[in-house]
Design a protein around this ligand. Sequence first.
Ligand SMILES: O=C(O)CCC(=O)C(=O)O
Length: 276
Amino acid sequence: MPKRLTREQVDRYHADGFCFPVDVMTRVEAEAFRGRLEEAEARHPEALGATSRNNAHIAFTFMDEIIHHPALLDAVEDLIGPDILCWGTVLFIKEPDTPGYVSWHQDLNYTPVEPHDGVTAWLALSPSNRESGCMRMLPGTHREGVREQIDTFHADNILTRGQTIQDLGTSRAVDLLLEPGQISLHHGRTIHSSQPNRSPDRRIGVAIQQFVPPHVRERDGRGYAVLVRGRDRYRHFESLPRPRRDMAPEDAARRDAVNAHWADFLYRGARQRRAY
Ligand SMILES: O=C(O)CCC(=O)C(=O)O
């Protein structure tokens, strides 16, 4: 018996490579997290902007609480089991009426974790719909292996390298409509994208990318992770402590070290680097 997902959602995840929407918190709780995010953005603009969106959970308590949220972890447990590590997070924020978009891609093309047994949870802290540029997914593509992506570095493409899978038929794409407090769950090989935010509100997504069971490891190194539930009998990752306040210098330094490690694989072989 699943803890949070319905049996149908579990089946959908395995068949399609994603499932949604999953209620994990009330709208009021989601609004409180949004409030804390926006307060933290105002107080630490250098640490929470478009170019500093990775791994905020290491240095900010609201993000740490999100990755440990019991209902969210129950949903993740339904897919990957009771021992759960958080390998990383990305804040995908699209400001009102801006051209930023995400091209068709697979996360596991550039994130070096193996085997492919993890899952990404994407939490909406504002409405995510067609107008605001919700994620769109191509069902079943997680079963087809990792595809070639080309780097475009297009100015409006908010992926690190503007990486894009070309020549795709996208007529079967599904829009992942979410209200604040709901998540979607996707497999890292599922091909997905998102359009610009044409709404008057910010589109705020917290991607926990990804939750992995402890037998997963990084291809070329040790890497870092936070044990968020259960036990880690493998110790493939350096274990990160939880922040007790925002931007304590030792946590900020840990986050910088993890992000430098990420930049090494995110930009491996690329002809240019961006600031994120
Ligand atoms: O938030 C978006 O629009 C894209 C997010 C994404 O690509 C991901 O979470 O893997």
